[in-house]
Design a protein around this ligand. Sequence first.
Ligand SMILES: CC(C)(COP(=O)(O)OP(=O)(O)OC[C@H]1O[C@@H](n2cnc3c(N)ncnc32)[C@H](O)[C@@H]1OP(=O)(O)O)[C@@H](O)C(=O)NCCC(=O)NCCS
Length: 323
Amino acid sequence: MPRPTVALRDTTTPLTPDESAAVLALAAEAADADGSEPLSEQFRLSARSREHDGVGHLLALGPDGTLVGYAQSRSGEGPPSGELVVAPGSRRSGVGTALLARLPDGIRLWSHATGAAADAATAFARATGLVPVRSLHVMGRSLRDGTPWPAASLDPRYAVRSFEPGRDEDAWLALNAAAFAHHPEQGSLRRADLDQRMAEPWWDPAGLVLVVEAADPDVLAASHWTKVDPPDGDVGEVYVVAVSPDRQGQGLGRAVTVLGLDHLRSLGLARVVLYVDEDNVAAVRTYAALGFEDVEVHRQFARASEAGDAADQVGGVSSPAVG
Ligand SMILES: CC(C)(COP(=O)(O)OP(=O)(O)OC[C@H]1O[C@@H](n2cnc3c(N)ncnc32)[C@H](O)[C@@H]1OP(=O)(O)O)[C@@H](O)C(=O)NCCC(=O)NCCS
């Protein structure tokens, strides 16, 4: 097949309704063939609404004008993030390479593929000089069956209680900032961000489990913020687990994780999921030992020449939970 033509759709030449429909049809066809969605929800929504504010759409067109591939780039805070998909019938003919060449400098490209499609994405990345810079694992387990998790074991100098609005905000923010000092997204959570979350429909103080000093219950040692979103759904989430750095290595992470799982099970939910960065080895091990298994792995790639600073910049899709 001859090289495709790649056309950019942005504010000056917006995506037409027909092009938007063709992009969504191509993504759906690829999802059917691959068994995994090539575009995440935000990218699909932007293609559907023909959004151009900070969003660039790249169309790869065959000789007869048919859409054979699509890429989207999004700019905002941090480096631009992108997603790319080629029609199943047009693969291995240079379409992906042609689209990649037109994506902006510094692009961080997400792959949400699983199984054989993930192998194809990895081979494509290797062939085109992309290197993996981040892996986000979605892990999950049943709250009803599967390997039971052990009971929480806590030293008697600790006690357990739920977060109390009006009492614990500052102490919790300090614990979170200390525990995630190395993590740009989670560690920079401020009072306004916490207030925003506390105004969400899913907010439930009973779901924010605190391990405190028994002798001084205002001193927080660890916390496990669980979330049920949507609130009437049957899937809970390990949202944020934090252990005070000076108390790490005493088994508090495991204990507070278990206390949160006990809480989610007590709500009668079917499953629990969490999002964790692969390089957070301690967290991945803790969760695996508690019966969590990989549900999906999302990988982010960068051009090898631009990957140097990528490790420190975790922009792109939001990672709602940080284990
Ligand atoms: C990954 C994907 C974008 C590749 O698109 P493509 O148009 O087939 O890629 P190209 O034809 O430009 O391939 C360039 C090179 O990548 C490698 N490659 C691509 N797909 C491969 C596969 N399935 N197996 C082995 N190597 C592969 C080859 O070296 C290929 O060169 P070659 O065909 O001359 O051997 C496409 O399979 C796709 O849409 N997958 C689903 C969405 C996705 O995973 N996106 C994330 C991309 S990081």
